[in-house]
Design a protein around this ligand. Structure first.
Ligand SMILES: Cc1ncc(C[n+]2csc(CCOP(=O)(O)OP(=O)(O)O)c2C)c(N)n1
Ligand SMILES: [Mg+2]
Length: 579
């Protein structure tokens, strides 16, 4: 008897052990239960062990060199997958580094969850100077769509469910989830823990537009003499690609893709008005916006760019407050893009009158004129290169590899690449978005490669690259199929500015003749210095064929490029300077 009792004791203890769970495991289980299988982040107190455990449990943990880049990766993962991208950071400084990306995700309507560890609540609230003390929840709130803190292990399930719903439902955006250090180690009964988890059902419910709104929109569109459709990145996000294509083709209306809306229909489509942008904005009389906002990127829907003729706007957006934000919207259609486009198609019935031929042929004529004006410039083989020579090559690369993902940032490097490189498939062009933000390059490239498994071509200004350049090590470490081309013109906009009063360099220039290709060689990647379009072409094709991490230093003429690219007009001018 006594023997048996002694033997039973350790068995009981093991049993008890098995029946407990803790914060670490509940967070991992909650993420997995909701199909969130990738985390982008940087380790440290209090989340180092969490990252290890998450990896051991089958979650892909992509470890970055700076949280801002991990955050941008999470944000674009959200755009590409319609599931919230997850970024994980340490407290205070790590949290703040991730916060720019969270605000960026919110501004761009990408679903993302920033999960940050935080310090002892009691000490933070009394401001007693804890390790990395900061009231993170309060700081995050104004910069994201929603912010939550979980204090008890049994609330982890609900906390994550709330974060997921807030990120993806309605207009998507960034959500902050604050997890204090103490939460991770909190122990609870395993069965009760399992029951506390929530699998989010229908996280982004369809939002069906009102029949009246659909009828009104179609009446306005039918009455148009010079109609135009503008496709924004919201339309790309919706993943309603076939329906959108059918709507555009059935209507016969010229379409203008916004930067990240490019490829929903190919830029080479006969109805594409991308190369006749100023004409269609000026001369159109009815404009249907699909997932595009009338913000600064569309000159707020008014002023010189939109011409003199009166305009009627139809707007399709999931956010009712978007309507009339800048100008009057005569036909607001509120709902998710997929449901709205389906309802419009249904309402159009079997036949739909083509827009007046004088309008569509005027648009086509303008487009062809502009395309043929550009063509010879794209074929030059100048050394050092100019933007057109280099971009002519990259344009062909994407034409031959339409499923590759193009990441693009810079000023001239951005504006000219956007205009020159045709896209053929949806969600293949990822760029600086609503804020024109520099620094998305490597984070976006990493997430694009991880989430899609497709090769990535990152076309980067030399300044733009500098914001996330250290992640080249991350690209090499995870052996990602990313080819980075740096348009090296020795500076921001140009490399020619001179300081006339001291030996300090001018604020816009960098070390002349820099060799960015040497950076990747230090991490085992392939570096190439390309001085002509021919060399550039060979190097990019080799990189795209091999899938090896590659960085090509494309030597551009320092005088190529203009101040702020296409948006120089936004620079304030000093009247005194001109005296
Ligand atoms: C976060 C952030 N900081 C600063 C800027 C201002 N800015 C706009 S474009 C740019 C860099 C342009 O130079 P580069 O990337 O070399 O492109 P280039 O015009 O020379 O081709 C900068 C710093 C910004 N948009 N975002
Ligand atoms: Mg530059």
């Amino acid at each position: 008897m006594a023997d048996a009792a002694v033997k039973e004791k350790p068995a009981d203890a093991a049993e008890t052990e098995r029946e407990l769970t803790d914060g670490f495991h509940l967070i991992i289980d909650a993420l997995k239960l909701n199909g969130l299988n990738t985390i982008y982040g940087v380790p440290g107190i209090p989340i180092t062990d969490f990252g290890r455990m998450a990896q051991a449990a089958g979650i892909r943990v992509i470890s970055f060199r700076h949280e801002q880049n991990a955050g941008y990766a999470a944000s674009i993962a959200g755009f590409l997958t319609k599931k919230p991208g997850v970024c994980l950071t340490v407290s205070a400084p790590g949290f703040l580094n991730g916060l720019t990306a969270l605000a960026h995700a919110t501004t761009n309507c990408f679903p993302m969850i920033l999960i940050s560890g935080s310090s002892e609540r009691e000490i933070v609230d009394l401001q007693q100077g804890d390790y990395e003390e900061m009231d993170q929840l309060a700081i995050a709130k104004p910069l994201c769509k929603a912010a939550f803190r979980v204090l008890h292990a049994q609330d982890i399930g609900i906390g994550l469910a709330r974060a997921i719903r807030a990120a993806v439902s309605g207009r998507p955006g960034g959500v902050y989830l604050d997890l204090p250090a103490k939460l991770f180690g909190q122990v609870m009964d395993a069965e009760a823990g399992r029951k506390s988890l929530v699998k989010v059902i229908d996280a982004a419910p369809a939002q069906i537009p009102a029949p009246d709104a659909i009828k009104r929109a179609l009446d306005v569109l039918r009455s148009a003499k010079r109609p135009l459709i503008i496709l924004g990145k919201g339309a790309a996000y919706a993943q309603a690609d076939d329906a959108i294509r059918t709507l555009v083709e059935k209507s016969g209306v010229p379409f203008l893709p916004m930067s990240m809306g490019k490829g929903l229909l190919p830029d080479t489509h006969p109805q594409c008005a991308g190369a006749a942008r100023s004409t269609v904005l000026k001369d159109s009389d009815v404009v249907m916006l699909i997932g595009a906002r009338l913000n600064w990127l569309l000159s707020h829907g008014k002023g010189k760019a939109w011409g003199e003729a009166p305009k009627k706007f139809i707007q399709i957006d999931i956010e009712p407050k978007e309507m009339d934000s800048n100008v009057e919207i005569v036909a607001p259609v509120v709902g998710d893009i997929g449901s709205c486009v389906a309802a419009l198609l249904h309402g159009m019935g079997g036949s739909w009158p083509a827009p007046p031929a004088d309008w569509t042929s005027a648009v086509s004529k303008k487009r062809e004129e502009n395309v043929s004006k550009m063509a010879p410039r794209l074929m030059n083989n100048n050394s050092p290169m100019d933007y057109h020579g280099a971009l002519g090559v990259l344009r062909t690369v994407i034409k031959e590899r339409p499923d590759a993902i193009l990441v693009n940032e810079g000023a001239n490097t951005l504006d000219l690449a956007r205009g020159i490189i045709d896209m053929y498939q949806p969600r293949k062009r990822l760029d600086v978005g609503t804020w024109g933000i520099m620094g998305i390059g490597m984070g976006y490239s990493i997430a694009a490669a991880i989430e899609t498994g497709k090769p990535v071509l990152a076309v980067e200004g030399d300044s733009a690259f500098g914001f996330s350049g250290m992640e080249v090590e991350t690209i090499c470490r995870y052996k990602l199929p990313v080819c980075i081309v740096i348009f090296n013109n020795d500076g921001i906009y140009r490399g020619t500015d001179v300081n006339s009063v001291s030996s300090d360099p001018a604020p816009t220039v960098f070390v002349k003749g820099s060799r960015y290709d040497k950076i990747i060689e230090g991490f085992g990647g392939v570096g190439v210095n390309a001085t002509s379009p021919d060399e550039l072409k060979r190097a990019v094709n080799a990189a795209m064929d091999s899938g090896k991490p590659t960085l090509i230093n494309a030597v551009l003429d320092p005088a190529a490029g203009s101040e702020s690219g296409r948006i120089g007009n936004l620079n304030p001018q000093s009247k005194l300077k001109k005296k």
